[in-house]
Design a protein around this ligand. Structure first.
Ligand code: UFG
Length: 330
């Protein structure tokens, strides 16, 4: 492996799993994270940690030079959709403007490969499901728009400079490292599987089901849940692809191409825990689409990547193990 990979947001949920996947694949890793939502203990000891904002040009450029960084994986950002509605400028600062700075640092330091954490939220409410990469991108919240703007920057920069990129559009990321080395640790969870895991470990009393009148098989929202370690592995393969084909960039959906409803997810949690977690049927959250499932043929075609944990019970089991681990540390 020639050079090092810079992982921004490497102390966060998905980033820390990407760090593990890169290290396991033999890469040298330097993490850039301001530790606002991430944790220094989440960064594997084999990686170097630079505590800095990705928009801190001086620190980022010094780290690129010092460690011989040849590729950047950019996970750092803000990810809470309702917060993006109440504080849009935070999202345009942390996601769009900070990405602009980081991309400029990459260009000026001659870093030629860039992998970006994009999101299915860039599709808004899709007209056709499963969603293909060439579907209209009409985000319905500032979070999705802040990520879409970064996709556009990358496309334009790759046309003007010797840099190629892969923008992976994540569907619903869940689960935890099967070896128990990392997981979702940030407090104030909003994600269904994390919330259900908290309920199963006694951290909360029930799970709210937001909406029972969607146009789906059981009336609850359907999503494409992808195991975080599969997602991390896809990044390592995407990097190999960028290295092999320097002139080419990619927009790729990252999902399993199959959806589960909220009730199906909660059934899986009950099955795995042998519990009956209380469900409270409630009204819809603003802006939730009925169904969001990926067409994942492009990523399967582009990468040798094949999911290893494409199983809802497995995702739930790993999420629960991590939740128990967190509970035991308190
Ligand atoms: N849900 C509940 N109860 C809860 C939490 C969620 O019923 O307590 C439902 C939601 O209404 C939805 C499904 O479970 O139908 C999944 O909701 P999540 O909040 O876990 O995830 P979202 O699909 O809303 O959004 C996630 C990420 C976004 C990302 C999007 C892309 O939070 O950042 O996936 O698909 F953009």
């Amino acid at each position: 492996r020639d050079g090092a990979v810079m992982v921004t947001g490497g102390a966060g949920y998905i980033g820390s799993h990407a760090v593990l996947a890169l290290l396991d694949a033999g890469w040298r890793v330097v993490v850039v994270d301001n530790l606002v939502t991430g944790f220094d203990w989440a960064v594997d000891r084999r990686a170097r940690l630079v505590v800095a904002n990705v928009a801190d040009d001086e620190k980022v450029r010094d780290a690129i030079r010092e460690h011989g960084v040849t590729a950047i994986m950019h996970f750092a950002g803000s990810v809470v959709v309702p917060e993006s509605v109440s504080d849009p400028l935070k999202y345009y600062r942390n996601n769009t403007a900070a990405s602009r700075s980081l991309i400029e640092s990459a260009v000026s330091e001659g870093v030629k490969h860039f992998i970006f954490s994009s999101t299915a939220a860039t599709y808004g409410v899709p007209e056709v499901v499963p969603v293909r990469e060439d579907s209209p991108q009409l985000p319905i919240n500032p979070y999705g728009m802040s990520k879409l703007m970064t996709e556009h920057m990358l496309r334009d920069v790759a046309a003007a400079h010797p840099l190629n990129f892969a923008a992976l559009r994540y569907f619903n990321v869940a689960g935890a490292d099967p070896q128990g080395r990392s997981g979702q640790s940030t407090a104030g969870a909003t994600h269904l599987i994390k919330i259900a895991a908290e309920a199963a470990t006694g951290k909360r009393g029930h799970v709210s089901v937001f909406g029972t009148d969607f146009a789906t098989r059981d009336g609850t929202g359907v999503r494409d849940y992808i195991h975080v370690s599969d997602l991390a592995a896809a990044h390592v393969d995407a990097l190999d692809l960028l290295l092999a084909e320097p002139g080419k960039s990619h927009f790729l959906n990252a999902g399993y191409g199959r959806g589960y409803s909220v009730l199906e997810v909660l059934d899986a949690v009950d099955r795995v825990t042998n519990m009956k977690i209380e469900r409270r049927m409630e009204g819809r959250r603003a802006g939730d689409p009925d169904e969001l499932v990926s067409d994942n043929r492009a990523i399967l075609e582009a990468l040798p990547w094949r999911p290893k944990y494409d199983d809802l019970d497995r995702i739930v089991t790993d999420a629960l193990s991590w939740e128990r681990h967190l509970a035991s540390r308190q």
